[in-house]
Design a protein around this ligand. Structure first.
Ligand code: ZN
Length: 386
């Protein structure tokens, strides 16, 4: 395996970088059944001297290899070595997911790092790569912007799962105290009025900069942090964001709060918004049967027609879809030959894997939810394009 061509989404770049690889992953098929998918994270930093994470991964590998004879499959042994190599990297950033997709026989190797705040330990060897765990992680790493502001200064952050990054130099600064001093000779009332005007102008300028930042970075969710007494002044400047982009507000513990504190204070707002927007989407899907599909069978059919705009999956997604042994294409589970090539041998695959693969190949947005995250929703639902 040529490690020089190995590709990584670095922790500083967006997990969206993985998006361009998704069609490759979805299309990949090894009829020998040696496609390796590996997902690993540790939620607490293991003791340095014990290399706990390496032991854990070694156990996973041993368990999975029971099914294979690696003396006859040297390629697979090679892939497992690569997986163990990833375990060695865990220590660099223990909380991040290590993801690897490997098939040495076909020269395929991709690795990703995802700052997903969930724990996972999974190794799978089969004909296809597993996509569901990757999407589960991606959904908890959807980026959102946090703006903390006062009268005349502001800080801007982007949060992705466990990761938070501050963006300096993208915001206007207004030295309001200077204006106050300049107008010291004026009456107190006039001075206050003057100050108010400056604050208003500043907040409008700030809102405009944030709008540009969101557009440039293609981000769609914003959390505002300001003291309650300032919100009265700020509300009108940020009114435009209320339409779907502003997902919540919080009172910062202080203007200089650490990035970690900012993430901790705002991630619950992001999670709450996930739940709410999931419930709203489900309501739309159920309310308009002509533009929605519910259930694995119906959603599979709409996906094959290329009509799905948003695929919604709630754990557990029970059931299976069919895959053709010959052409490898996903189709609804019913008797009869392959709907594409008329081959008569088909096999079942887990519904979530089949639906996600078909969604990737037809450019549908994929939204995954944990059990109970959206009330009374499990399985599959879809919002249709037409
Ligand atoms: Zn077929």
């Amino acid at each position: 395996m040529d490690r020089a061509t190995a590709f990584a989404v670095s922790s500083a770049s967006t997990p969206v970088g993985a998006q361009s690889d998704l069609p490759d992953l979805a299309n990949f098929r090894d009829t020998n059944g040696h496609a390796v998918s590996f997902f690993f994270s540790v939620q607490s930093i293991p003791d340095k001297s014990h290399h706990t994470e390496v032991t854990l991964v070694r156990d996973l590998v041993r368990e999975e290899l029971h099914r294979f004879d690696t003396r006859k499959d040297p390629d697979l042994a090679e892939d497992m070595e690569a997986v163990l190599g990833r375990a060695e990297e865990v220590r660099e950033n223990p909380l991040y997911w290590r993801v690897a997709y490997a098939c040495h026989r076909k020269g395929f190797w991709r690795k990703f790092e995802l700052p997903a705040p969930k724990s996972i330990r999974q190794l799978h060897v089969g004909e296809r790569f597993l996509l569901a765990p990757m999407f589960w992680a991606l959904n908890f790493c959807t980026p959102y912007v946090v703006l903390i502001f006062e009268r005349g200064r502001a800080r801007l952050f982007v949060v992705r799962g466990l990761q938070i990054q501050e963006f300096n130099g993208r915001l206007p600064k207004e030295n309001i105290t200077l204006h106050v001093r300049a107008s010291r000779s004026e009456s107190e009332k006039h001075r206050e009025h003057h100050l108010e005007g400056h604050v208003r102008v500043y907040l409008e300028k700030l809102a405009e900069k944030v709008r540009v930042f969101l557009a440039d970075e293609k981000l769609h969710q914003l959390v505002l942090g300001c003291r309650e007494d300032l919100w009265g002044d700020a509300k009108s400047a940020f009114a435009e964001f209320e339409k779907g982009i502003l997902i919540g507000r919080f009172s910062p513990s202080g203007y200089d709060m650490s990035a970690t504190e900012v993430r901790e204070a705002t991630y619950p707002i992001f999670e709450d918004n996930r739940r709410k927007s999931g419930a709203t989407l489900l309501e739309i899907i159920r309310g308009e049967p002509a533009h929605g599909a519910v259930g694995v069978q119906a959603v599979t059919e709409r996906l094959i027609e290329g009509r799905v705009q948003k695929l919604m999956l709630g754990k557990p997604v029970d059931g299976e879809v069919n895959e053709c042994d010959n052409c490898g294409r996903v189709q609804p589970r019913k008797g009869g030959p392959c709907i594409y090539c008329l081959n008569t041998s088909l096999h079942g695959v887990a519904a979530d894997e089949g639906l996600i693969r078909q969604a990737v190949l037809t450019n549908a947005e994929i939204l995954t939810f944990d059990e109970g995250e959206v009330p009374v929703f499990s399985g599959a639902a879809a919002l249709l394009r037409y």
